[in-house]
Ligand binder design. Structure first.
Ligand code: BG6
Length: 469
């Protein structure tokens, strides 16, 4: 079976992880420009000041993507390039840059898929309370409308927010992302609600413009499975799914928060401050949402915690996606299992978890339109006789693309696949050592680009529309 002619084979990146040029052409500073300079926050103090200098080399990079046969490129817009302080005057050079990116993509017939927020927040908004301050949502809405007006004639796919779970969880529970707050569930749930309300307002505003494009958002997709068949671990798994899946997907797809979680938050005193009017906007936007983007890397294996005491120390190392952490409420922990396969960073490799998770998603939400907006392998690639031989990445993507095929054959409505990442980039907390790209960037040789083995492999997959998978 080949993938349908309108299925998009793509790859993704995000502004802070590739652009560099952190203060070039009028760009304002962001939360990440500041956070990465705090000692100990990132691996070996790496930051995105230069990143892979995509800002100055975008033509070369997009030409390589075109050579690979990419049908769609997902990238994000740096808010502070367009509005240096988050609000106020527009920086024309920021608009020009993204126009250039979009036009360069279109020149090669690559569909631009735009993420409006991939975590880099203009610094003045961060200082005023980031997503806890409702003014951030208002500023975002203005920024989004500027983007729709400037780019919406050529961009027909917008993602409002990337992985609300990750930036809120790491921002307000683990303290590993800005604003670096630890163990504050009240703030965590409030920030999420404020983001979802803003998402809903943005969807409604976009639809009023009649640009005839599509809008949705991308969530991390990490379905939970019990470590065994015991009743208590099944309960813990259902609890984990309620908090990590339903809490995030219900408001977007069904227009309301899940009762189980709301009840629990009421007992804990962690219900966000929300108004009836905000909840009504979330309900109004849900049917207008055109698609859901899923970022799948790994499932969660869950077990119930017995006699939880808050002794868990949160560090940068244990905040980077490997199992072993307890939930904020002490109900369950994630577990590394002896019979599963893991990456060098201890992320489980499981295409079966992907398929099973997709089946569960369909059972919960029905026939929704999905894009896999991220999936890929973080690895330290081998270089053999000057060639980057990223065979494990080929195996990983092969396995997961073939899972997408299986899911489609079961009636799951997946319209595209975006490998993470198009090119090697800065991992937020793991520096440049953890590579994801089809294109290698040589940090010891003036950021020279080189095609990896996976580049040639993905090109052939796209050429024959995945027939051999
Ligand atoms: C996703 C993010 O959570 O995971 C990406 O959307 C990120 O921006 C990717 O790079 C991989 O994470 P990490 O920690 O391995 O770089």
């Amino acid at each position: 079976m080949k993938f349908a002619h309108d299925f998009l084979f793509g790859a993704a990146t995000a502004s802070y992880q590739i652009e560099g040029a952190w203060d070039q052409d009028g760009k304002g500073p962001t939360n990440w420009d500041e956070f990465t300079k705090i000692p100990g926050k990132t691996f070996e103090g790496t930051n995105g000041d230069v990143a892979i200098d995509h800002y100055n080399r975008y033509q070369e990079d997009i030409a390589l993507m075109a050579e690979m046969g990419l049908e769609s490129y997902r990238f994000s817009i740096s808010w502070a390039r367009i509005l240096p302080t988050g609000t106020g005057e527009i920086n024309q050079k920021g608009i020009d840059f993204y126009n250039n990116i979009i036009n360069e993509c279109l020149k090669y017939g690559i569909v631009p898929f735009v993420t409006l927020y991939h975590w880099d927040l203009p610094l003045p908004l961060e200082r005023k309370g980031a997503w806890l301050n409702r003014e951030t949502g208002e500023a975002y809405l203005n920024f989004a409308q500027i983007c729709f007006e400037a780019f919406g004639d050529r961009v027909k796919n917008f993602i409002t927010f990337n992985e609300t779970f990750v930036f809120c969880n790491l921002g307000y529970l683990a303290g590993a992302h800005p604003p670096g707050i630890q163990n504050d569930p009240k703030k965590y749930f409030q920030a999420i609600h404020n983001v979802f309300y803003t998402h809903a307002q943005t969807v409604i505003a976009y639809k009023k413009l009649n640009q005839f494009g599509e809008i949705g958002l991308s969530h991390v997709f990490s379905p939970a499975f019990s470590v065994d068949d015991s009743e208590e671990n099944h309960f813990a798994t259902e609890h984990a799914n309620q908090f990590n899946l339903n809490w995030f997907y219900d408001p977007i797809l069904l227009g309301k928060y899940p009762e189980y979680v709301v009840k629990q938050l009421t007992t804990e005193g962690n219900v966000p401050d929300w108004t009836e009017a905000e909840l009504a906007v979330i309900a109004e936007a849900a049917p207008l949402n055109d698609f859901m983007g899923l970022n799948y890397y790994q499932p969660m294996r869950v077990e119930k915690i017995q006699g939880y005491v808050k002794e868990h120390v949160i560090t940068r190392e244990n905040s980077t996606g490997s199992p072993g952490n307890p939930s904020y409420d002490g109900v369950y922990r994630t577990v590394k299992m002896a019979d599963k396969k893991y990456t060098k960073w201890d992320w489980e490799i499981s295409s079966q978890g992907f398929i099973d998770g997709l089946d569960n998603l369909k059972a919960l939400y029905g026939d929704i339109k999905l894009y896999i907006t991220e999936n890929g392998l973080g690895d330290e690639d081998s270089i053999i006789e000057g060639e980057v031989c990223d065979i494990p990445r080929i195996r990983y993507i092969e396995e997961h693309l073939s899972a997408v095929k299986t899911a489609i054959s079961r009636g799951i409505h997946i319209k595209g696949y975006y490998a993470w990442s198009a090119i090697d980039l800065l991992s937020w907390l793991n520096g440049y050592k953890k590579q994801y790209g089809f294109i290698y960037v040589d940090h010891k040789n003036n950021l020279k680009r080189e095609k990896k083995a996976s580049f040639h492999w993905y090109k052939s997959v796209i050429t024959n529309r995945g027939e051999d998978l």
